[in-house]
Ligand binder design. Structure first.
Ligand SMILES: [Fe+2]
Length: 204
């Protein structure tokens, strides 16, 4: 199988995030797709050559984790961006957030603070598939810090490349505010319901 670029999730016309910024960022996503495919082929070739126990294979396998997670997180990110979608405060996601954080505002403040972590990485709101609980976490790089059986519900890229076209290096707070005004809450709700429907796949 081959991974393909998901053209249907490319956002445009966002509030406070220019199409130039998205186009630049999109090219990086395309590179992750291409690199994932190239590494998958390289790993297969090494296996067929009987080199699966070599240092080279182990190195390429780790690299595949980076490239694949980079591809997947960018897909979650771009797909949850859309201008002018109102959050339904009675949605299943909103109810779960209020249960976990006390209020939507408290969750939002925590998610924003997660995005302001002093590192490149990702702010991710997850649902714990075993308990249904909502958690905000910071993931460095792409493949380090993702939590087993947590499903991504809201994903925000806070690598500097995500905002350097529109803002300078210190512009992360403005960028985060822009992202928060462009969350596609309909996608978020669908992800939450999909994750909840998988509650049967518990870890035990
Ligand atoms: Fe990115």
């Amino acid at each position: 199988m081959i991974y393909t670029v998901k053209e249907n999730i490319k956002p445009e016309g966002l509030n406070g995030i220019s199409n130039d910024q998205i186009n630049d960022h999109w090219n990086l996503y395309v590179a992750y797709v291409n690199q994932s495919n190239a590494l998958k082929q390289e790993l297969e070739a090494l296996r067929l050559e009987g080199k699966a126990s070599t240092f080279a294979y182990a190195d390429r396998r780790r690299r595949f984790g980076f490239e694949f997670a980079g591809m997947a997180l960018h897909e979650y990110y771009f797909a949850n961006l859309k201008a002018d979608v109102e959050l339904n405060e009675e949605s299943d996601f909103s109810v779960a957030v209020k249960e976990a954080f006390g209020s939507l505002q408290a969750w939002k403040e925590d998610f924003i603070n997660t995005g302001k972590s002093r590192s490149i990485g990702w702010a991710i709101c997850y649902m714990d598939s075993e308990t249904g609980d909502i958690n905000n976490h910071f993931v460095q790089l792409h493949e380090e810090g993702n939590i087993p059986s947590f499903h991504p519900i809201v994903v925000m890229d806070v690598w500097e490349h995500a905002y350097m076209v529109d803002h300078k290096a210190g512009g992360r707070p403005d960028y985060i505010n822009a992202v928060m005004s462009n969350i596609n809450w309909e996608t978020v709700e669908r992800r939450y319901k999909d994750a909840k429907s998988k509650l049967a796949s518990q870890r035990d």
